[in-house]
Design a binder for this molecule. Structure first.
Ligand code: ARG
Length: 444
């Protein structure tokens, strides 16, 4: 029984939240005349002593007392005697754990919000640095059209910006206080739930005591957002893995973020990027674990809910590491702009620009222009040259009205610079987005 029931090894991580909740509860009990101010003072001093003991590593965490709540209360009794028993007036472990866990997730969401800002700032720095640097844009991981590296990095600023807004939104919704729901039905004591809400930084008490002790959607919502964010991190991590392979050679990570091989002296492995990519597995697994634990649970509290903590702790630990490692890699990475520029022009990446030129200058329907361009690509392929290196005569064989002017659109520079539509890859468009996001981040 003890082996399956005990949770102290896991939920000891809630100790700060547990002490915070208990101190707010004791102060409220005294203010409401439910316990004496003397007793509240004795309890508060005892809890402060416990805080010291935990911080200095001498607190006895004991399996016989099951969880963090009972460990703290048992120790309090050892320290201050029977007065300790008054702390649990008008409270149950059901609302206690719901409160502690909500406070923990809220703290972790606050940390995540900070880390997402730091990551976006790092990306903005690099985007600014590489706002004019050309690289191939891909679809199907096949060269498609030239883009700038700055534009590519800014795509991730958009994603992490949305992740930030999702976590911020979840925080608003979760910021209601379960304390005072008691076991499930509320309390016959004249408790003041608004006072404990204020003391703990909640916007208001939860309005239904059954919901107060049973709700875990705040954790599920945070895990969902963590899973989406981890998905974004894994895409960027995957790109770093691709870019750093010598076959691409677009980007280099310093020794700080690369590892060698014990047998192959030439290796520079992007381990951190691979691990960020892999952390997604844990985070997605945690979301699956908790949605499954919560499914079909009757109201109100069931012990199943003790299984809520391991997946949430695991997911947030993984996300914390992944966000920090990714920010470190972005600040560390250096682009080989010459290699990227060369790749940007390869693979007939300006074929679309040729087709567009035919449409705009000769009023040829796009489908026909596409066909003519396809023929031009085949000639270039046979000759082993780029589109920009084809003779005008070759092009005029395909369409007699083509003029010298066409060469202006066949370089990757011209291709990127021409994409001036809002959100397009033209460097001045990208700079506008960099500026907008820089202002947004400054306003925080
Ligand atoms: N350790 C428990 C948990 O994590 C605390 C609540 C226990 N409540 C109860 N009625 N057994 O969920």
């Amino acid at each position: 029984m003890q082996a399956i029931n005990v949770s102290i090894d896991v939920d000891k991580r809630l100790w700060q939240q547990d002490l915070r909740g208990s101190r707010a509860h004791a102060a409220m009990l005294a203010k409401q005349g439910i316990i004496s101010f003397n007793d509240a003072k004795t309890i508060d001093d005892g809890l402060a002593k416990i805080e010291d003991e935990i911080q200095s590593g001498v607190f006895p965490f004991r399996h016989e007392f099951e969880d963090i709540h009972m460990n703290v209360e048992a120790r309090l009794r050892e320290l201050i005697g029977p007065v300790a028993g008054r702390l649990h007036t008008a409270r149950s472990r059901n609302d206690q754990v719901a409160t502690d866990f909500r406070l923990w997730v809220r703290d972790q969401v606050d940390l995540t919000l900070q880390q997402l800002l730091a990551l976006q700032e790092a990306l903005l720095q690099r985007a600014e640095q590489y706002a004019d640097s050309l690289m191939p844009g891909f679809t199907h991981l096949q060269p498609a059209q030239p883009v700038t590296f700055g534009h590519h990095l800014m795509a991730y600023v958009e994603m992490f910006g949305r992740d930030h807004s999702r976590f911020a939104d979840a925080r608003t919704r979760m910021n209601e206080n379960p304390l005072g729901s008691a076991a499930l039905a509320g309390s016959p004591f004249p408790i003041d739930r608004f006072a404990t809400s204020e003391a703990l930084g909640f916007d208001r008490p939860m309005a239904n005591s059954l919901d107060g002790v049973s709700a875990r959607d705040f954790a599920l919502e945070s895990l969902s957002h963590a899973a989406i964010c981890a998905g974004h991190l894994s895409r960027l991590a995957e790109e770093i893995v691709i870019w750093t392979t010598p076959m691409f050679g677009f980007v280099r990570l310093s020794d700080a973020f690369s590892t060698g091989s014990s047998i192959m002296p030439q290796k520079r492995n992007p381990d951190a990027a691979e691990l960020v990519r892999a952390k997604t597995g844990r985070i997605n697994g945690s979301l699956m674990a908790l949605t499954t634990v919560m499914k079909g649970l009757p109201l109100a509290y069931s012990k199943d809910m003790q299984e809520d903590k391991p997946p949430v702790f695991e997911a947030f630990d993984a996300l914390d590491l992944a966000l920090r490692a990714m920010t470190g890699m972005i600040l560390d990475l250096e682009a080989d702009t010459a290699k990227m520029r060369a790749a940007a022009g390869a693979g007939f990446s300006t074929a679309t620009d040729l087709a567009d030129w035919l449409v705009r200058n000769l009023n040829i329907p796009f489908r026909d222009a596409h066909h003519i361009t396809g023929a031009a690509v085949r000639i270039a392929e046979t000759k082993g040259v780029d589109l920009a290196q084809l003779d005008l005569a070759d092009l005029q064989n395909l369409e007699a009205r083509i003029t010298e002017d066409v060469y202006k659109v066949l370089t990757p520079e011209a291709s990127a610079a021409s994409r001036q539509s809002y959100g397009g890859t033209a460097p001045d468009q990208v700079r506008q987005q960099i500026q907008r996001h820089t202002l947004r981040l400054k306003e925080r």
